[in-house]
Design a protein around this ligand. Sequence first.
Ligand SMILES: Nc1ncnc2c1ncn2[C@@H]1O[C@H](COP(=O)(O)OP(=O)(O)OP(=O)(O)O)[C@@H](O)[C@H]1O
Length: 259
Amino acid sequence: MHVRGTVLMLKTTQHVPRLVSRASSTVMSVYSAPTPITTNFHVPSAGMATAAVARVVEKTPRPVVLSGPSGCGKSTLINRLINEIGKDKLGFSVSHTTRGPRPGEKDTVDYHFVTREEFEKAIEDKEFVEHAIFSGNRYGTSKKAILDVLQHGKLCLLDIDSQGVKSIKGTDLNPVLVFIKPPSLEVLEMRLRSRGTETEEAIQKRLATAGTEMEFGNTPGVYDHIIINDDLEVAYKQLKSIIDQVMRDNSASIKEGSS
Ligand SMILES: Nc1ncnc2c1ncn2[C@@H]1O[C@H](COP(=O)(O)OP(=O)(O)OP(=O)(O)O)[C@@H](O)[C@H]1O
């Protein structure tokens, strides 16, 4: 998965209207004129004290962002999370892309595969919270995708590239940022080739972009965690431990916020 902004969610105990306040204030840097979004969230009742409501909004669960060069193993790690945590606790939402489907990928399941024109229109309509170009294709995470996740009281896990990370850092989402790093560019190339899903041209584009992604990932202070995906078992354990911690923190903050 790339930029794609694949959105996964780990279930927490309660959902809160975080995006409502976000959408009407900072939102993402990609918005030229943010507009309020309508949701079906459970909004605290009118009888709830204003201070308590403010605390609930303030204590919204943090999303987790996974990022790293194409072929670093994001999809592999995410699929293991899905398998281990289970679909009753882990949701999956779908991003938009202008790239063509790989063999086996299904429209609306793996991505919303759209034309460039449709993507441009979605940008104009301010449907995306972040969007980026990767290897000549466009990827975007729609507000609707995230809202769909949050409506189910789940923690979002986003898979986005460095451009998306820059955008999301400029918001009040307060994401936990995790960089998935290949052991080396040589290993990355080998894995990309063995995956056998790309043309030579696409592989070259991915490798060209990989250098920039690695540089960004290595920049001090950008990411909260860096996981080197050498041994898959070790990398997975590290990621799972981060996810477990975020889930605990989110649960605790929700309880505190709603008390
Ligand atoms: N630790 C690992 N050891 C060996 N092979 C791995 C490891 N992690 C992932 N792979 C393999 O590397 C290839 C690329 O992994 P994957 O598709 O998960 O990367 P990705 O980051 O999701 O890429 P993209 O962004 O292009 O979708 C896959 O064939 C996967 O099986």
